[in-house]
Design a protein around this ligand. Structure first.
Ligand SMILES: [Zn+2]
Length: 473
């Protein structure tokens, strides 16, 4: 069996460099993406990360790799506990609601499902066993209140992902909350001993009565499904510290092996020029946008169309432009579907080779989507010109159509082209015109042709009968 050899280069946060990518097992990429914390509906900043990961996965598949993707669902952490208690419902009932909403949203955005969606609450034994290993190896200790902490001073490489200097680390000081700032780099909780605030939410384990910290969840679940060392770990830039730094510390201390080869992080999302925040009135979940009748495909396109390592500014104007871009691609595919011109062998072949080269090279270069899209729209323009001149044969058009479908497998914004339906009155007019032609009443036939033209339909009489198409807007 031959394996794909790729020229894919990915920016690795660990080295802060673009590196040639080749997976550990030839032909198969194993990747982990930090999934949703199901305490609320996911906002569009979350979806920027999930869409970047979807694009990465689709591109790897386009280049011939098999991709095995694991995305966790965090259904136990500080935020989910707080949320469930506020609503006074069991944690499971609370998190299931938001998990279901997440899957619906992901589907609306045409995000390909991961292969496994492990839930944190279903992997407590794996977490306990990992913590026991860390204690046995001297990387973790029990504090006075029964909680178990990771001793960052025992792991000299702590800080290698976020490039934190070791002198900034406060050895011995402890932080128990799941999320904290860079300045608070200190021993973090692996296992949180039960306190009355936790109420009914606890597990009785060999480590005592309590619950896991957030960071250990991802180490335990990723290694369970992907092995001790795997290819790619993705997430939003705000997860780089402390979450991903802690994942490395936990996993590598336990196994003595490198945890992940390539770390990839997407940049922040801004909305209308500023940080998205409820207090600025620019905070949107996907559901908020769908309720405003925004097209999910346009949202997908917009969130994908800026390079993932660039800060991106979401605007409603941008959403309109995205809609226009998708329409251009869709219209081209419709026209290709109907094309039956005289043929133009050399020219279209050259255009195809060119766009395949440009699009591919750009995407291989750390998913340089803006350059890839620019080459695609240049191609679309050239093909439209050929169609205008009736220079594309049926076979050539079919070839271009198949190519466009290939590109759309990567972008996921056009989907199935529905046959355009002729409005009833236009259909009646065409029928009347046929009757006039049969009666050799050329004057009436011409008048009807004009009438259809003002309605936006172009009529052609061919050997196979009457053909119609919508006039290009
Ligand atoms: Zn994670």
């Amino acid at each position: 069996m031959t394996h794909p050899t790729s020229n894919i280069r990915l920016f690795n946060t660990l080295t802060r460099q673009k590196e040639s990518f080749s997976p550990i097992n030839p032909g198969e990429v194993r990747m982990y993406t930090c999934g949703p914390t199901v305490y609320d509906y996911a906002h569009i900043g979350n979806f920027r990360a999930f869409l970047f990961e979807d694009l990465l996965k689709r591109w790897l598949k386009h280049r011939g790799f098999k991709v095995f993707q694991v995305m966790n669902v965090t259904d136990i952490d500080d935020k989910t506990i707080k949320g469930a208690q506020k609503q006074q419902i069991p944690l499971k009932q609370y998190t299931e609601h938001y998990a279901k909403a997440f899957f619906e949203d992901a589907k609306a955005l045409n995000i390909e499902p991961a292969d496994v969606y492990p839930r944190a609450t279903e992997h407590i034994p794996e977490m306990v066993s990992l913590i026991k290993t860390l204690i046995a190896k001297g990387f973790a200790y029990k504090s006075e209140d029964g909680s178990i902490y990771y001793a960052i001073s025992k792991f000299p490489e702590y800080g290698k992902l976020s490039h934190l200097k070791t002198q900034e680390l406060k050895a011995g000081a402890r932080v128990k909350v799941d999320e904290y700032a860079k300045e608070e780099a200190q021993d973090f909780a692996l296992w949180k001993a039960w306190t009355p605030e936790d109420g009914e939410i606890f597990w009785e384990t060999p480590l005592g009565k309590g619950r896991p910290g957030w960071h250990i969840e991802c180490s335990a679940m990723s290694m369970k499904y992907l092995g001790e060392t795997f290819d790619i770990h993705c997430g939003g830039i705000d997860n780089m510290f402390p979450h991903h730094e802690n994942e490395i510390a936990q996993s590598e201390a336990a196994t003595g092996k490198p945890f992940v080869h390539v770390w990839m992080h997407n940049e922040h999302l801004m909305v209308e020029g500023r940080k998205m925040a409820k207090r600025f009135g620019n905070f949107y979940t996907l559901r908020d946008l769908l309720a405003k009748n925004c097209d999910p495909k346009a949202i997908r396109y917009l969130l994908l169309s800026t390079h993932y390592r660039q800060q991106f500014n979401f605007t409603f104007e941008g959403l309109e432009a995205a809609k226009g871009a998708i329409e251009r691609l869709t219209n081209l595919m419709r026209r290709l579907h109907d094309a039956d011109g005289k043929g133009n062998g050399a020219k279209i072949s050259q255009l195809i080779v060119k766009v395949q080269g440009c699009f591919g090279e750009a995407m291989d270069d750390d998913l340089n989507i803006s350059v890839a899209l620019a080459s695609l729209f240049e191609f679309a323009r050239d093909v439209n010109n050929l169609l205008d001149a009736d220079e594309l044969s049926k076979a050539e058009a079919e070839k271009v159509y198949a190519l466009m479908e290939d590109f759309d497998k990567v972008l996921g914004v056009v989907g199935k082209i529905e046959e355009e339906k002729l409005p009833k009155e236009a259909a009646l007019l065409i029928q009347k015109r046929e009757e006039a032609r049969k009666a050799k009443d050329w004057k009436t036939a011409d008048e009807i042709r004009q009438q259809l033209k003002t309605m936006g339909f172009v009529i052609e009489d061919t050997a196979q009968g009457v053909r119609w198409r919508k006039e290009k807007a």
